[in-house]
Design a binder for this molecule. Structure first.
Ligand code: CU
Length: 152
């Protein structure tokens, strides 16, 4: 195999992590980003599919990559400006449905990054679901992803 092809395959492996299927919950297209080397916070986005007959709920997320991880969403404030808000009830994932955590919407907020996020690196993340339990995933850090790059 040529060296170029090997390099391309390695890059692909980093940027497009394989879907994680744990029981009937499937997670794909997960990526992490922060805004620049000095950022103290970052966010993680992904698509979560629920292949069961019952609604599930992402209750919390844990990671050693930050002091705190919260479930956030964006909503319109009284002043007409979009603001991030901590979601306390979890993210519902409908039965036989999916929920996308994406830019400008729901996301996992990492506050107090232990180390700066470098493009091409990964962070470990444990997702805690009401029914499916804990699912550990490795999330590639992708600082070059454009907001509209989701293919769904
Ligand atoms: Cu946030």
């Amino acid at each position: 195999m040529s060296m170029i092809k090997k390099i391309l395959m390695a890059a692909t492996a980093i940027l497009f992590a394989a879907p994680v299927i744990a029981g009937d919950i499937e997670i794909h297209d997960a990526y992490a980003r922060s805004s620049g080397k000095m950022a103290k916070a970052g966010a993680v986005f992904m698509m979560i599919h629920n292949h069961t007959d019952t609604e599930d709920r992402l209750l919390e997320a844990r990671s050693d990559a930050a002091k705190m991880v919260q479930l956030h969403t964006h909503s319109m404030g009284d002043d007409g400006v979009m603001k991030m808000r901590h979601v306390h009830g979890g993210f519902a994932i409908p039965e036989h449905g999916m929920r996308g955590l994406k830019r400008g919407g729901d996301h996992l907020m990492f506050m107090g990054l232990v180390a700066p996020w470098k493009h091409g690196g990964t962070i470990e993340l444990t997702l805690v679901f009401e029914n499916a339990g804990e699912i550990m995933i490795e999330v590639p850090i992708d600082l070059e992803r454009k907001a509209m790059a989701h293919s769904h």
